[in-house]
Ligand binder design. Sequence first.
Ligand code: LFR
Length: 481
Amino acid sequence: MRAAVAAVDLGAASGRVMVADVSPDGVALAEAHRFDNGPVRLLDTLHWDAPRLYAEVLTGLRAAVARHPDLASVGIDSWAVDYGLLDRDGALLGNPVHYRDARTDGVMPTMVARLGAEWLYGTTGLQLLPFNTLFQLAAAADTPAVAAAERMLLIPDLLSYWLTGVAGTEVTNASTTQLLDVRTREWSAALIERAGLPARLFGELRRPGDAAGVVRPGLVDAEVPVTAVGSHDTASAVVAVPAQGERFAYISCGTWSLVGVELPEPVLSAESREANFTNEAGVDGTVRYLRNVMGLWVLQESMRAWGTLDLPELLAAAAREPALATLVDVDDPVFLPPGDMPARIAAACAASGQPVPDSPAAFTRCIVDSLALAHRRAVRQASALSGRDVDAVHIVGGGARNTLLCQLTADACGLPVVAGPVEATALGNALVQARALGVVRGGLDDLRALLRRTQELRSYHPAAGVEAAWRAAEARVHPSR
Ligand code: LFR
């Protein structure tokens, strides 16, 4: 048995519609459509262009159906936390706001003080990020849009609603809102009430694999069902980590680096809260115990400032720069918003008494070294806080192509790194659909075994004798540890 399914995967920088040909023997991916994504500033607010994203998704689905008239299903994933509000007629109340918009400035501390940090972590298990949906909705609570809203839909659910006319909320992405109860995986009515948010916004939840409607007639030349997948891109990416057994850490590496381990139960200790680790919902009831590391965003945004587009050339030049010469804490919130990134890095270097990088290559080396160092820290903390031993680090997503980052991550962690698949998110999305169709069977172990048989992976081994240098580097950036 085999089937072709479409995986729609929207990232902060680009989106793609992939067709996966899945059988019990393996999975082959082909790109049907790829397009740029990015914020649009309207007056003072940073938005996503949701109608354009929908149009691009349709273009991709039409291309997919043209090649596979028997397309068996489509699944959608995207970045987390952002949402559209629908009024009582189902109309969109304004374009969704981008999580890097400044409207949440200062909201998180006020809200956390009101709710209590311990109670909030004990209820949701989530790391504090200023853009969590809880804080975005709190920032918007007094707007006419919220007053008129009947339903909040996260980005993949919004696109799915436009395709099918059926509204639903997929649970892995709902877990990133900081409004879900970490134990029951249902909306936390107590939290929603204490946060002063309207309970009507939070509708019925779906699980990955659930049917989510059928693409409306006339949109594409076939009757294609929509299947709920791990609609949080990171949840789909973790499905496609080609690990064997459980002693692994993963880094889903793209705009963000999501660094952690997979667990059967959440970790809700005070130490975990203080280290700002999150317990997001994974596919098949797993827990994605991880922390957000600022990721390749820092490099992408620097390249935007330089007007440089040739990443391979820049990384080759960075590889020739001296190692660990300048380091920054990439997780400093100062690097979160869009804007002049090299200037912020230069300011951080100057403030810490380090030489300021003097070329794009030197800046890039600083960023990649600093990112590898942040990977080391998060991998070690995830392992220590969860008690899960880690023998290997899997890097999936676009960052798996970055050979310099993969090697430096192996060196920094003192562990072998397995890099790939690059298209982990689309693969995880497709496999969950294929399983719902009965084309493949089993648990995450079986899906991963299928990927190990068919995907190209590359191994990196830590260089000998570098631990002392990385330990010293960590002490420079985080002197208290
Ligand atoms: C990665 C990701 C992260 C989430 C961030 C913002 O693409 O989904 O998991 O924290 O984007 O939504």
